[in-house]
Design a protein around this ligand. Structure first.
Ligand code: ATR
Length: 273
């Protein structure tokens, strides 16, 4: 039986067991995917115990994604550039870290907005946390010519831009409305607009009609940002798909079958509290 799971602290909120469990049943795979509550001080030992416990690998979530990079045997290029790993695989008894969040983001975006081309123009990215790093790397790899990055804490955006290169331009958070002019994409990677969080305040007046708007917040599924964008005729993509698509290559690596993201999967994951 193939084994995988997700390590986090706390871990109760994770939708990954429901997501992978759905695919395990759908594909009739002889395998299991479990939630593993791992405190930060135990992460190294828990990761290194995976080979002897017969695990194919694990996903990592808050607060382990950055720390794990220093605890594994190898780190691939995308994880190194993002500065985080959400997926550690056991290969011949060794731990190999990768990151499937950038894949999840870009696949969700291009599936949800098939006419979007990153090369078409600048992208405005709100937020400079962990999710933003994966979004920026994905956009750069897809050929986006310019990323306009804005964050409440400017120093965090400056650090991200310095790590990623010249195509990332930092703009003051207070100027976020004005950088929407000529943008081909607007992405919210902050927690603003999420259930229980403050609203995202932004005026879309200058955003071109052809621009795509993506919110990585998926609770609620249709955020106020997406509602406002839809009302003025912009194509919108919700955030649930990023979660679903990041799991796709992880499942394939853990269990040897490439699963599909379907409406039934979306409904199943949304039904989890
Ligand atoms: P994640 O890994 O999901 O990106 P994170 O690293 O905690 O989570 O980042 C949260 C993002 O939401 C950050 O960009 C944060 O801005 P700061 O770096 O200034 O904290 C942003 N954010 C959270 N609350 C915010 C608020 N009230 N106003 C503006 N930005 C906020």
């Amino acid at each position: 039986m193939k084994k995988a799971g997700v390590m986090g602290w706390p871990i109760g909120h994770s939708k990954s067991p429901a997501l992978h469990g759905f695919w395990l049943r759908e594909h009739g795979v002889d395998g299991s995917y479990i939630a593993l509550a791992v405190q930060p001080e135990n992460l190294r030992a828990e990761l290194h115990a995976l080979p002897e416990r017969g695990f194919s690998g694990v996903n990592l979530t808050v607060p382990h994604k950055e720390a794990a990079l220093a605890m594994v045997d190898s780190v691939d290029d995308v994880a190194r550039r993002i500065g985080a790993t959400n997926c550690v695989l056991v290969n011949d008894g060794k731990l190999a870290a990768t990151n499937t969040d950038a894949y999840g983001f870009i696949t969700n975006l291009t599936t949800g907005a098939p006419n979007y081309r990153a090369s078409k123009g600048p992208a405005v990215v709100l937020g400079a946390g962990g999710a933003s790093r994966a979004v920026c790397v994905a956009l750069m790899d897809a050929g986006c010519p310019e990323i306009r990055l804005t964050n409440r804490n400017r120093a965090r955006a400056d650090a991200l831009a310095a790590a990623l290169g010249k195509s990332v331009h930092v703009v003051a958070w207070d100027d976020r409305n004005d950088i929407l002019a000529e943008a081909a994409l607007l992405v919210n990677t902050t927690s603003l607009g999420m259930q229980g969080q403050p609203p995202l305040q932004i005026d879309l007046a200058q955003l071109p009609a052809h621009a795509v708007v993506n919110d990585i917040v998926y609770a609620p599924l249709e955020t106020a940002l997406l509602q406002a964008a839809k009302l003025r005729g912009n194509a919108v993509v919700d955030g649930l798909g990023m979660l679903l698509y990041q799991a796709q290559p992880a499942f394939a690596a853990f269990f040897g079958k490439t699963p599909e993201v379907t409406p039934a999967l979306r409904a199943h994951v949304m039904a989890q509290s």
